[in-house]
Design a protein around this ligand. Structure first.
Ligand SMILES: C[S@@+](CC[C@H](N)C(=O)[O-])C[C@H]1O[C@@H](n2cnc3c(N)ncnc32)[C@H](O)[C@@H]1O
Length: 337
């Protein structure tokens, strides 16, 4: 009479059969195919890791920057002053020269409360506003309720180093803020890589850097050089471009990066863009004495702006004003035939 096998004997037989089966399968599977599959899988995994690494912002936006824009800076009303009007009018003038003629998809990254977003949406473009400061987005949404016809299509809390937009989806990206708030070169590179990723081939990038010499000129003008702490800040700015204000003195701004115009151009090209040019936004006009009065005189204002246009790309003057605009293009890669 056959006796039922014991449970342990059944398990052993089952394992033996499994091992034999696995051996048979491995022998049948060509070694070459196995190796190439393993190599392909490894490459896929490392690419995925690189992709994730590139797209993940390693650290959050420094809290002092968010505090500065929430408590001290008045971004919503910045353009009301004379110098603010100079900056806004000149930035619009420069942007207009490079705007696509058709209805474009535009990402205004670091767009603050959306001053440029509203202007561009009013001109018929599809604008998505991104900023890390919640106050700015609340202000933009509130304005959208008052001005629904010129409102951006989306308001997103976000960081230039990790955008949530799909690749190759924008005709134009504005980076008018993030690059000068990222003191580390790796972070600026990441922001530029993200702009490159989301732009369509042939799409434009318009960005702004703050000049390396800004705190020296501003401190001399405003009288901050009587404070030795400010002098230390300026010395560091001139040496490294890294602007830090550890005591958060309101007049001394917040964590920033001041670019040398030549370095700015190098960083843009280094991220794979074709650089059209760099332009002084306010140039020497920023420092004209009694500008409030002169700006109200239409003849003087026109003359100042004309002279600024003549010198806007002059390398020896470009770092004189606080803001430098650059215009670049993501190259169209042609398929090899
Ligand atoms: C001086 S404001 C400029 C706002 C607007 N683009 C303009 O030109 O009027 C600088 C902006 O950059 C934003 N910002 C700072 N760091 C950023 C980052 N890592 N990613 C995106 N935006 C950032 C700030 O929140 C702020 O709204």
């Amino acid at each position: 009479m056959a006796t039922a096998p014991s449970p342990s004997a059944t398990k052993a037989a089952f394992e033996r059969r499994g091992a034999l089966e696995l051996n048979r399968l491995l022998r049948a599977f060509p070694r070459k195919a196995f190796l190439s599959w393993r190599a392909a899988f490894g490459t896929y995994m490392s690419r995925a890791r690189v992709r994730r690494r590139v797209r993940r912002a390693s650290r959050p936006v420094p809290p002092e920057i968010v505090r500065h824009y929430t408590r001290i800076a008045r971004e919503q009303s910045r353009f009301r002053s004379t110098r603010g009007q100079l900056e806004f009018e000149r930035s619009k003038e420069l942007i207009r020269r490079f705007l696509p003629r058709h209805r474009a998809v535009i990402y205004d990254v670091g767009g603050g409360p959306g001053t440029y977003s509203f202007w561009l949406a009013r001109r018929g473009h599809e604008v998505h506003l991104v900023d890390p400061v919640p106050l700015h987005l609340r202000q933009a949404r509130k304005r959208a309720k008052r001005e629904p016809r010129s409102a951006p299509s989306a308001f997103l809390v976000g960081d230039a180093r990790q955008l949530s937009f799909p690749s190759s989806s924008a005709d134009l990206v504005l980076l008018m803020g993030p690059l000068y708030h990222l003191p580390r070169e790796t972070d600026r590179r990441r922001a530029l890589q993200e702009a490159h990723r989301v732009l369509k081939p042939g799409g434009r990038l318009i960005g702004v850097g703050v000049s390396r010499f800004t705190s020296m000129l501003d401190g001399s003008w405003e009288g901050y050089l009587s404070d030795p702490k400010f002098v230390r800040i300026v010395r560091r700015d001139l040496r490294t471009g890294e602007h830090r204000n550890p005591e958060e003195v309101p007049a001394y701004w917040t964590t920033a990066f001041f670019s040398h115009p030549r370095e700015l151009a190098r960083e843009i090209r280094g991220a794979g863009f074709h650089l059209h040019g760099t332009f002084a936004i306010e140039g020497f006009v920023w420092w004209v004495p009694n500008l409030d009065r002169k700006w109200l005189d239409p003849v003087l204002r026109r003359r100042l702006l004309q002279l600024l246009r003549v010198t806007e790309e002059e390398p020896t003057l470009i770092g004189m004003g606080p803001h430098i605009m650059f215009v670049a293009r993501k190259p169209i890669r042609r398929r090899r035939s």
